[in-house]
Design a protein around this ligand. Structure first.
Ligand code: OOG
Ligand code: MG
Length: 255
């Protein structure tokens, strides 16, 4: 099966590079979640061989809003690389993406290596800073439709991220208002409580996942906690902002 894994990884990597969608793979050749993570790892290796650097991880489907929107109900995770970072307040070139969507998130910057499963009480001590953020997701599958296995293989639709101002306010993240605006209009509203009841739980989950996979996430890594609301489709010219009460705003212009 491993040559099949490599060819799926190559097809997904090419789809992302060329910004051309591909059909789902699990329909023709079913594969397990474990295999999906192996395919994901192979596709990230391809990126790293081209010189991209891992800068952290993201969690997906940590909120009900996202599970309902995409019809998937398990927490998933994927890698972030330096190439995915878009400038806060800057222009995002939409041609790089296939059918991008934006979703409001919280981003953590880790203070120490995450090398074991953490409790909720410990997790706060592993955070250097926290920021409002926008994830730009872009499924490599046609019509942005996928099974759980397909989306995991596709690095959980990771494509871009915009990180807003860093803040040391890591103690009171439980229930902060979240507002995403598109062209000044309120498009999505929610609360950080939508993220697993408390966004720090994303960090706890991340530490458990990393421990089971034997991966150490080095200090200074980013952890995207998952969207607090459903995602919004992006169109050329859109100005998108995500405000998290008490933390500030991340924003970009879709060029
Ligand atoms: C999968 C990624 C989900 C989140 O924040 O829940 C995700 C997708 O919706 O394409 O990033
Ligand atoms: Mg997300």
């Amino acid at each position: 099966m491993s040559s099949h894994h490599a060819s799926v990884a190559a097809a997904l990597d090419d789809a992302a590079r060329k910004a051309v969608a591909v059909p789902q793979f699990s329909g023709s050749t079913p594969f397990s979640i474990e295999e999906a993570y192996r395919i994901q790892a192979l596709s990230i290796e391809r990126r790293c061989q081209r010189g991209e650097r891992r800068i952290g991880i993201k969690l997906g489907f940590t909120s009900r809003a996202k599970m309902v929107q995409m019809g998937v109900d398990s927490l998933i995770w994927g890698w972030l690389t330096d190439d995915m970072v878009e400038e806060d307040g800057g222009s995002v070139q939409l041609e790089k993406y296939i059918h991008p969507r934006a979703e409001p998130e919280i981003c953590f910057l880790s203070r120490r290596d995450i090398d074991r499963p953490l409790t909720l009480l410990e997790a706060v001590h592993y955070i250097e800073a926290v920021a409002p953020a926008i994830e730009i997701i872009d499924s490599r599958y046609e019509a942005f439709r996928f099974t759980l296995e397909d989306v995991v293989a596709d690095n959980c639709s990771s494509a871009g991220l915009v990180v807003g101002p860093w803040s040391g306010k890591r103690d009171a993240l439980a229930n902060l208002g979240v507002v995403m605006r598109v062209d000044g209009r309120v498009a999505q509203t929610g609360s950080t409580a939508a993220i697993l009841g408390h966004p720090l739980r994303s960090l706890v989950q991340a530490s458990q996942i990393l421990a089971t996979t034997g991966t150490i996430l080095p200090a200074g890594s980013l952890i995207m906690a998952g969207a607090a609301t459903a995602a919004e489709v992006l169109a050329r010219g859109n100005h998108v902002s995500a405000m998290v009460s008490g933390l500030g705003t991340a924003a970009f212009h879709a060029a």
